[in-house]
Write a protein that binds this ligand. Structure first.
Ligand code: GLC
Length: 546
């Protein structure tokens, strides 16, 4: 472990890089990334200067939701390799000073999981059915779903089963795809199984978990109908009380998980919890609950000085109020890449995507310019930052993905109509002149890569002054040298539509307006675009504070 990652409570200031295994690097040549591919490229992450890696699911799975439909929580899917490959990856990462956190998916399993298959076979009223949420239907013959809840991916959140005797029977709940049945977290059996899963991976040496759909596990007793105004809103819900999002009954689950992780040294739990407002999210990271949650409020914030400053203040106050670090994130595998998203004329709901027929197609160069400014602003903020693979290359959202190659269940469950998340999941370009830009040795790639991506390839940017890759490297080095993650942010007066603050001896200025601004005095340490006495529009610079 390097000095920074061996520090106690490393997660408070860590920069954590999300690896989406199927799109990171493919060693086997089948067009789908794998664990050997991850291991082979860990030096890229070490030289980038991140502290930790978070891996999206690589567990056994029929891959109906790209691995978020798990059929065995304690084994690696052959698509990604073996447990031995995982161990090798973990040892290599640790040897390079990188921590590794893995995804855990406790809201639902795959319908192919043995536990769900046992529940189907055991029939209504059985102990096994009690592990999931089975109910009788409404209507004369139970032909209507038990309530009006809808799936985040579109369509109803209930599917009716055919019982062993061939008759139509009970319905089961799935907040996501039909193949992702929800567990019943009021059943202690479920909690016991997940304690075992946590221990399995911690015993293997992982440094923590990213908890999928952490805001969905607890459902309201009696499963009451959604009020009409909340139907069809997916996961983008801001409601104080909701029958299945962000319920207070979640807290005992996190206290239990915290006890389990506290049996080990220095492990961290980060929740994927779309809880709003941030003041409410802070309840999730109280000292005996999760260590962190993703700050999606920040991710969704429009690119204006007023909004950005407000969300930064609100985050520092809310998380700081319970002694937790704030986290920051601009991109992940569920949202339009920030180089494209921040350049859209209007905000779009997360998870909907941009595709060939979308009315708003931002200019790539403009998006990259603004995206880099947002990155340098984010990486200066105190707390812990999450990066998504490929953002260090400045990748844009892939928009022109042919319909017949799309894989996101959102696409299929909405018509097809809503593009979904494939555009941010396209395999990475490593080497400009190689087939599939070096993603796989055979040139295979599970989603097609845009023809312009040679320009973004890692080898085309390495060592090139001013490239996005070198900007990230420099920023991460400065962030670590100046201990910005542990710093204290002090705002300074600045012209309208700009932000200016000092942290860790660095003055950070961002111009979010339309006109260039005078640059404050001081040595420029790094900037997101060339600065020549003035700070151009959509640019961030870090200067030595005098
Ligand atoms: C989370 C994951 C997303 C997945 C969903 C269902 O939101 O980030 O990719 O589709 O959960 O597991």
């Amino acid at each position: 472990m390097s000095e920074s990652t061996s520090a106690p409570e490393w997660w408070r200031t860590a920069v954590i890089y999300q690896v989406y295994p199927r799109s990171f690097a493919d060693a086997s040549g089948d067009g789908i990334g794998d664990l050997k591919g991850v291991t082979a490229h860990l030096d890229h992450l070490a030289s980038l200067g991140v502290d930790a890696v978070w891996l999206s699911p690589f567990y056994r799975s029929p891959q109906n939701d790209a691995g978020y439909d798990v059929s065995d929580y304690c084994d690696v899917d052959p698509l990604f390799g073996t447990l031995a490959d995982f161990d090798e990856m973990l040892t290599t990462a640790h040897g390079l000073g990188l921590r590794v956190i893995v995804d855990i998916v406790p809201n639902h399993s795959s319908s192919e999981h043995r536990w769900f298959q046992d529940a189907l076979a055991a029939g209504p009223g059985s102990e096994e059915r009690g592990h999931y949420i089975f109910r009788e239907g409404r209507g004369v013959d139970g032909e209507l779903p038990p309530n009006n809840w809808d799936s985040v991916f579109g369509g109803p959140a209930w599917t009716r089963v055919t019982e062993a005797d061939g008759t139509l029977g009970q319905w089961y709940l799935h907040l996501f795809d039909t193949t992702q049945p929800d567990f019943d977290w009021t059943n202690p059996w479920v909690a016991d199984r997940f304690d075992e899963v946590l221990r399995f991976w911690m015993d293997r040496g992982v440094d923590g978990f990213r908890i999928d759909v952490a805001n969905g596990l607890a459902k309201e007793d009696g499963l009451p109908d959604l009020p009409a105004e909340l139907v069809g809103k997916g996961g983008d819900v801001i409601a104080d009380v909701h029958p299945y999002w962000s319920r207070d009954e979640s807290h005992p689950i996190w206290r239990r998980w915290r006890k389990v992780t506290d049996e080990y040294d220095d492990r961290a739990l980060v929740g994927e919890a779309w809880v709003q407002p941030l003041a409410r999210m802070a309840h999730w990271v109280r000292p005996d609950e999760l260590h962190q949650t993703f700050n999606f409020g920040y991710l969704l914030t429009p690119w204006t000085a007023h909004d950005q400053r407000a969300v930064i203040d609100e985050s520092l106050a809310a998380f700081g109020g319970v002694g937790a670090p704030s986290t920051w994130v601009l991109s992940n595998h569920d949202t339009v890449r920030h180089t494209t998203r921040l350049a859209l004329k209007e905000q779009i709901p997360h998870g909907t995507g941009v595709g060939p027929l979308s009315p708003d197609r931002p200019d790539e160069a403009f998006g990259l310019h603004r995206g880099r400014a947002a990155t340098l602003l984010m990486l200066a903020l105190p707390g812990s930052a999450y990066m998504y693979q490929g953002e260090e290359l400045g990748l844009p959202e892939a928009i022109d993905i042919p319909d017949d190659t799309r894989e996101d269940p959102t696409w299929f469950r909405t018509g097809p109509e809503v593009y979904g998340r494939d555009g941010c999941r396209v395999p990475l370009p490593w080497e400009a002149s190689k087939p599939a830009y070096g993603f796989s040795p055979t040139g295979a790639s599970w989603l097609p890569q845009p023809p312009t991506w040679a320009l973004y390839a890692a080898d085309a940017q390495a060592g090139v002054a001013g490239s996005t890759l070198e900007m990230y490297r420099d920023a991460l080095r400065l962030r670590s040298e100046h201990e910005l993650g542990a710093g204290r942010l002090e705002w300074e007066l600045s012209p309208a539509e700009s932000l200016q603050f000092v942290v860790g001896g660095i003055r950070v200025v961002t111009n979010l307006g339309d006109d260039p601004l005078p640059l404050p005095h001081g040595e420029v340490l790094i900037s997101s675009a060339p600065v020549d006495g003035s700070l151009p529009k959509d640019t961030t610079a870090w200067l030595r504070a005098e």
